[in-house]
Unconditional design. Structure first.
Length: 313
């Protein structure tokens, strides 16, 4: 568990302390049930205090923080409904389904969590979900990658956290590749076009984080992950302009990624993957990523490092 006083200062605290236990059936179309699943996953994946006595180094914290943000900002139901129901047609909700239910199924297969039945979506949807206990074929590989992650965490392994992060991000990317494919030609309605562009760009931005095995433990999330995403839906350019400066820069970059031609995006990502080949580079991911998306005289030294890592044999 993260330090109680640190957790108590966050809106995540109420969810963490009041989320009901999962019993009988896991209903992933209720926010509280997905968060309860994360709580169980985090609590069940710290063998021999691998992630610290308080579990603060567990990389699954990032998924829980992300879902809390989606709920807080009304991204799980049209009109910002706050009764805990997740609309099966909500694009952000579908994206999180891939990163909550799919890991849960893998953890159950590995014996980490109970093998509970997964509730079907309550209504018909444009997205494909586990129905009648059958996993859509596009998610089968993701279940296997997540199972490899949970098997690694449960093994004897070293105290080095990077192999665990690499395995987690491999599974994470396999899930989001499915989500990105489903969003490619999606009719935005009833969601704003700008919001869906932001989501498409976010899927691409996460590819950059995947290549760098970005840390998603409690400390990293609270230090670097709580002030970069918008606290309201993006319907107009004015919604972007009204964001705090740091968040606005990130959102503009993410929306820009969504508008980048596919060939250019793939080329840029390939170059970034080459930069991130070494642990030395991955340990400097924050300033290097800033140099990629916000080049300016102040980060000229990081730009030179980028070039050095890129050209290194």
């Amino acid at each position: 568990m993260a330090h109680p006083e640190e957790l108590a200062a966050l809106d995540l605290y109420a969810t963490w302390t009041t989320a009901e236990d999962l019993e009988g059936v896991f209903d992933p179309f209720r926010f509280e049930q997905r968060m309860a699943a994360y709580r169980v996953l985090i609590g069940s994946t710290n063998p021999a205090n691998r992630f610290g006595a308080d579990n603060r180094d567990n990389p699954l914290w990032g998924l829980m923080f992300q879902h809390q943000w989606q709920f807080r900002t009304g991204r799980l139901h049209p009109g910002g409904r706050r009764d805990g129901r997740i609309d099966p047609d909500a694009p952000w909700g579908y994206g999180n389904y891939a990163l909550s239910v799919i890991p849960w199924l893998a953890a159950a297969a590995s014996g980490v969590v109970p093998d509970l039945p997964i509730a079907d979506p309550p209504t018909r949807s444009r997205f494909r979900y586990v129905t009648g206990g059958v996993v859509p074929e596009e998610f089968v590989e993701a279940v296997a990658d997540w199972r490899a992650y949970f098997d690694l965490v449960g093994g004897s392994g070293s105290a080095d956290s990077e192999p665990v992060r690499l395995a987690l991000w491999k599974a994470h990317k396999t899930c989001l590749d499915v989500v990105a494919g489903a969003l490619a030609d999606l009719d935005a309605g009833p969601w704003p076009e700008l919001e869906i562009a932001f989501l498409r760009g976010w899927c691409r931005m996460v590819d950059y984080l995947w290549a760098a095995a970005w840390p998603t433990d409690f400390g990293s999330m609270t230090a670097h992950g709580l002030d970069v995403l918008p606290e309201w839906l993006l319907a107009t350019p004015e919604d972007v302009d009204a964001l705090p400066a740091k968040t606005r820069r990130n959102v503009v970059n993410v929306i820009g990624l969504a508008a980048t031609p596919r060939w250019r995006y793939r080329l840029n990502l390939a170059l970034w993957k080459r930069v991130m080949r070494t642990r030395e580079a991955r340990d400097q991911v924050l300033p290097l990523l800033d140099a990629v998306f916000d080049p300016q005289p102040g980060n000229a030294a990081e730009l030179r490092k980028l070039l050095g890592y890129l050209l290194r044999p």
